[in-house]
Design a protein around this ligand. Sequence first.
Ligand code: KIV
Ligand code: ZN
Length: 519
Amino acid sequence: MGSNVIIFDTTLRDGEQAPGNSMSAEEKLRLAQQLDALGVDVIEAGFPSASEGDRRAVRMVAETVRRPVIAALARCHDRDIDLAGEALQPAARPRVHVFIATSDLHLECKLRLSREQCLERAGEAVRRARRYTDDVEFSAEDATRTDLEFLCRVVEAAIAAGATTINLPDTVGYALPVEYGTMFRAVRERVPGAERVVFSAHCHDDLGLAVANSLAAIEAGAGQVECTVNGIGERAGNAALEEIVVAGRVRPGAVSFRCGVNPQELYRTSQLLSHVIGVFPQPNKAVVGRNAFAHEAGIHQHGVLQNGLTYEIIRPEEVGVARSSLVLGKHSGRHALERRYRELGYELDDTTIAKLYGEFTALADKKREILDEDLLALLHGRFHDAPEAYRLTHLQVTCGTVAATADVRLAGPAADGRERSATASGNGPIAAAFAAIAKVVGRQVDVMNLTVQSVTPGRDSLGQVLVQARIDGKSLSGHGASTDIVEASARALVHALNKVSHADQLEDQSLNASYFWGV
Ligand code: KIV
Ligand code: ZN
């Protein structure tokens, strides 16, 4: 087994930096707790200078998640670095991560800085970050398109100023594995003091090579890889954490490294993230996609039944994908439900169990067999810390060859404790239900994306819906589950509305956080 590689998770920072992936501070905290359970070494919790919401998120994660290093990103600006240092103040193990672009293209067109000015800024920023912590990471943005001589000078300046980790990002996903590995070898050989720091890989997937490049960097001596759950991130995304980890396990002779990630937590983490951001990984996504372990061709099925190794290089159980099992039915009690959740790895408090039990019995009335996946879908619907401002109490839809009409009633504190109702029509049952909900709450609702997935096979399957919507200008996601997909969609929208009401109360600008990359 090779040397240890630090797993630096940037789901909450770079991962969030894609349209529709915004997360509230509470959602980031929930995910950070799961990333801790997953065993990552570093959690990059946000970019504090981007918004008040991100400052709050970094602070909340720093206060609560104590084992991993908590990192915060900053441009090479005094204000950015101070905000990052302050937000990290409660952390047990804080890291300030400063970055500046180093390619001539970025220096000339974006930053309008000379190479000498860039060098100066890098050194000053690292020195300032060291006022807050001894753990300082420096990133040379667009390293793969930077002149190698100059890249070595910047890295040397950052090390001399006190950086302890040097990140060489493939910011635009441009490099090929052999080139990326060669760059790491060259910088490590040429830069004085390179042996004192950890080199880090950070790859984007524009050419579909982010994981391959990360593995090439490890082979070339990188001691840290930066990655995201489900590979989410800017444009085509970042290197997928689960793919890197599993590649190391499946091919230890070829890519030899150790890491502290518990593979059994991979699927659970992927599912939680999907429900938070409202986007499932594509079905054929390696390791966590819903078809990753499905064998369609008869010849494959036959082989797998004889011996799993014929077509399965990863056993689903190894990454925490449970084989469907019948668990509970209509007559199961609260304790049985609680025990099954515990067996699935969730210790839930009494209030949550009580609420889930109500949903479970309602589902058991509609669906004969309740499988683990059903229980997880119900649970994920509760992974939002936004209080229930609205509750769907009634939905009736008429549709067919005429325009659909929906009659909706909502109750809850935001409805002043009363039931409020509205009727609206639309060019389909879901559109009509959404129009009626928007009418009840009096908000502008634009649905950007809606995905429906069946949770289990079979005609009475639970359908889960993830919706991404802009509500009065705020982008949010919501999750809903029901045996009826129109009801599941309505529940998903109400869930998103609850998040908006909560954000309004907090005046949380993070939900609209837009990152700014210039000087
Ligand atoms: O892709 C990139 O260059 C980044 C840096 C800020 C590390 O995300
Ligand atoms: Zn990036």
